[in-house]
Design a protein around this ligand. Structure first.
Ligand code: PEP
Length: 250
């Protein structure tokens, strides 16, 4: 039985005062009976603030990126040990915005994935196809290539201690959500790729859906057999919207 998981990805949003209001709403509004695990992945600069706020709550903390290096002359980078000092548990790796805007390759993402695990963080690995890739029937090829980069560099067992997020790029921040069936098909495909190497890992790994999830469509998406929750961008910035999605996950 996989535990449902909902993670917010704030991207480059927030301020000290907005964060305070948002997180008070989330922490106080979370129903204590929920089985869902909830995390927020916040900009580096706010890790310290949010770490203090979530310390005695049910909410966990994550970063949106991580260096593939432990420490040293890497200007502008933040490493795992720094994040761990603030009780950070998760790091998003391979978000499509990092791949598209900052040119991160499958190999770069694999290095970050390995570094995160080595440094004691749980990577949230994002995979997903562009619109033109979907339209040309390449979705499975792209997703398998992105997954294989991790399996080839860290081994299939490494996926046991990770979370995968299927995020079709055409659905991120666009208001266009994949239909539950479209998302389920890819989630099932991801498990079948992993099952070629290890059946038990394929069944135990949590796979989140991301791409314009809202309170109004979350329940239908999360009810699909291979969808274990969501990675939430825009709707994680308002406590009521985010809470509605957490409630939909159980
Ligand atoms: C994301 O950034 O990971 C995301 C899914 O964004 P949105 O929910 O806004 O589409």
């Amino acid at each position: 039985m996989r535990q449902p998981f909902v993670a917010g990805n704030w991207k480059q949003n927030g301020s000290l005062s907005q964060n305070k209001e948002l997180m008070s709403g989330v922490i106080n509004g979370l129903d204590s009976g929920l089985t869902v695990k909830v995390a927020v992945c916040v900009p580096y600069i706010y890790i310290s603030q949010i770490s203090d706020m979530v310390a005695s709550s049910k909410v966990s903390l994550g970063s949106q990126n991580v260096s593939d290096q432990e420490s040293g002359a890497f200007t502008g980078e933040i490493g795992c040990s720094m994040l761990k000092e603030f009780a950070c548990e998760y790091a998003i790796v391979g978000h499509s915005e990092r791949r598209a805007i900052y040119g991160e390759s499958d190999d770069d993402v694999a290095k970050k994935f390995t570094a995160a695990q080595k440094g004691g963080l749980i990577p949230i690995l994002c995979v997903g196809e562009l619109l033109e890739e979907r339209e040309s029937g390449q979705t499975e090829v792209v997703v398998e290539r992105q997954l294989s980069a991790i399996i080839n560099s860290s081994g299939v067992a490494s996926l046991k201690d990770s979370i995968i997020a299927y995020e079709p790029v055409w659905a991120i921040g666009t208001g266009k959500t994949a239909s539950p069936d479209q998302a389920q098909d890819v989630h099932f495909f991801i498990r079948s790729v992993i099952a070629k190497y290890d059946e038990s890992v394929s069944q135990s790994v949590q796979i989140l859906y991301g791409g314009s999830v809202k309170g109004s469509n979350a329940k239908e998406l999360f009810s699909m057999q291979d969808i274990d929750g969501g990675l939430i961008g825009g709707a994680s910035l308002k406590s009521d919207d985010f809470l509605a999605i957490c409630n939909a996950a159980g």
